[in-house]
Write a protein that binds this ligand. Structure first.
Ligand SMILES: *[C@@H]1O[C@H](CO)[C@@H](O)[C@H](O)[C@H]1NC(C)=O
Ligand SMILES: *[C@@H]1O[C@H](CO)[C@@H](O)[C@H](O)[C@H]1NC(C)=O
Ligand SMILES: *[C@@H]1O[C@H](CO)[C@@H](O)[C@H](O)[C@H]1NC(C)=O
Length: 434
């Protein structure tokens, strides 16, 4: 069952409640930690939380723009503390659910009467379904920003039940998606509410599938070996709200949970790349603009932007011989003919121009992809003529960069390449001090 974007509202509540997130906590850490690994075959970033009673580890695909945590409730969901959210409850209101329904196959997790529903989506496959909103126990490691500390639990963590088919396209062993998006029930919002810490979180993705990166919920320090607090040296740019959902399944009127930024131009070796700038703004239908995604392995650009960027890049590297393209990339080079620097292959820097003269500079380590032993390609992909979002900054471009999302101030902090500072996202010290 796949819900269309204008899903029929079969029950909408007009009642308003005073919402108190019914979340309880055992003690108050200042920040929480999730290790993040890179799956070599799907290029997805994976993490794990403990959920249910008794607690079991649940493997999840990380989704920066995902609306909330969803897990497969069809198979293997066993828990004595599972509780569905009853229609018109404070939980349903916080979740902004517009659907209330019954289920004739239960009662069991994911199938209960008089419960509200949301439309969980698999942003890798662009599939979606309708699923029961529920709460259960979640357990996660705390951190002081330097090491992992003791585990803490949230007894009533809200999530949505997905279905087994919704796992299609996700990495092996994965049971759902960890949504870090712009909603009141996303994982960062619920953790911040549960422990009364700032509504901020950081994502630092490792470029290697052999060593873990991190997500840290809460404010800095965000320490990476050798004792570098990355939170102290971030550049900032406002986050932009897209008022139209960019999810594969949504209720009419839902805003997007994705994090958009105001890229207003691109330069290569500081030379402006010329293309139709209208594509960089978000129109009334929610199309256009630039967002950041952890489920897109390589930055995807609308065709005309893509062509302009690739051509400008080729022009700036005209002295280096190109080799036959390796799909899905088009500008490829012999690795030996490009020099190397601390921040990767010596190629023209690509700048994303942001408001107030702020620049997101992309160096070789983030622009070039090693497709085989000898060949490096410009790691951008053609998104077609009419993608929903004109530029989707993907995983490869944010690896070994620390991104901090400040939900309260609606701004993005970014470090640029950590390689300049002789560290990487795999340099968090995972030695527990609990
Ligand atoms: C829901 O209510 C219907 C009608 O009263 C009943 O037949 C069904 O078994 C109930 N389902 C659950 C999951 O309780
Ligand atoms: C620029 O793109 C917009 C949005 O796709 C389109 O409506 C407009 O006609 C384009 N302008 C030019 C000059 O191509
Ligand atoms: C990692 O943290 C532990 C615990 O604080 C500390 O003993 C150890 O020296 C740290 N490792 C490095 C490489 O600094």
């Amino acid at each position: 069952m796949v819900a269309s974007s204008n899903f029929l509202l079969f029950s909408a509540s007009l009642f308003f409640f005073i919402v108190s997130p019914s979340i309880q906590a055992s003690f108050r850490p200042k920040a929480l930690l999730l290790p993040v690994s890179k799956d070599a075959s799907t290029l997805q970033y994976l993490t794990q939380i403990k959920q249910r009673t008794p607690l079991v580890p649940i493997k999840l695909t990380l989704d920066l723009g995902g609306e909330y945590l969803w897990v497969d409730c069809d198979q293997g969901y066993v828990s004595s503390s599972y509780k569905p959210a009853r229609c018109n409850s404070a939980q349903c209101n916080l979740a902004r659910s517009k659907a209330c329904g019954s289920c004739f196959d239960g009662p069991k997790p994911g199938c209960n009467n008089n419960t509200c529903s949301l439309l969980p989506s698999n942003s890798v496959k662009n599939s979606g379904t309708i699923g029961e909103v529920a709460q259960d126990v979640v357990s996660i490691q705390s951190t002081n920003g330097k090491n992992p500390g003791k585990e803490v639990t949230v007894s009533k963590f809200l999530f949505t039940c997905g279905s087994s088919f919704l796992l299609d396209g996700l990495a092996g062993g994965v049971k759902g998606m960890a949504g870090l998006g712009r909603t009141k029930i996303s994982m960062p919002s619920q953790f911040a509410a549960a422990f009364s810490f700032p509504r901020k979180f950081a994502v630092c993705l490792s470029s290697s599938s052999g060593s873990n990166g991190v997500v840290i919920f809460g404010d800095g320090p965000y320490n990476l070996l050798p004792d570098i607090d990355v939170s102290k040296s971030l550049m900032y740019t406002p986050l932009i709200l897209n008022r139209v959902s960019t999810s594969s399944a949504s209720f009419q009127g839902d805003p997007s949970a994705d994090y958009f930024i105001g890229v207003n131009g691109i330069t290569i070796n500081t030379k402006p790349v010329s293309f139709n700038k209208t594509l960089l703004s978000i129109n009334k239908e929610g199309q256009g603009g630039t967002k950041i995604s952890t489920v897109t392995p390589y930055t995807v650009m609308q065709t005309s932007i893509y062509r302009a960027v690739v051509n400008a890049f080729i022009k700036q590297t005209s002295k280096v011989a190109r080799v036959p393209a390796v799909a899905p990339f088009s500008a490829c080079y012999n690795a030996k003919s490009l020099g190397s620097t601390r921040v990767g292959p010596a190629v023209p820097q690509i700048d994303l121009l942001l408001p107030n003269k702020v620049v997101w500079r992309i160096f070789g380590a983030n622009s070039m992809v090693q497709v085989n032993k000898d060949v490096l390609c410009l790691g951008f992909v053609d998104g077609g003529l009419e993608p929903t979002t004109s530029i989707v900054i993907g995983g490869h471009q944010i690896e070994d960069n620390l991104l901090q999302i400040d939900l309260a101030a609606s701004k993005l902090g970014f470090s640029s390449s950590l390689l300049f500072r002789r560290t990487t996202c795999s340099n968090f010290n995972f030695t527990s001090t609990a």
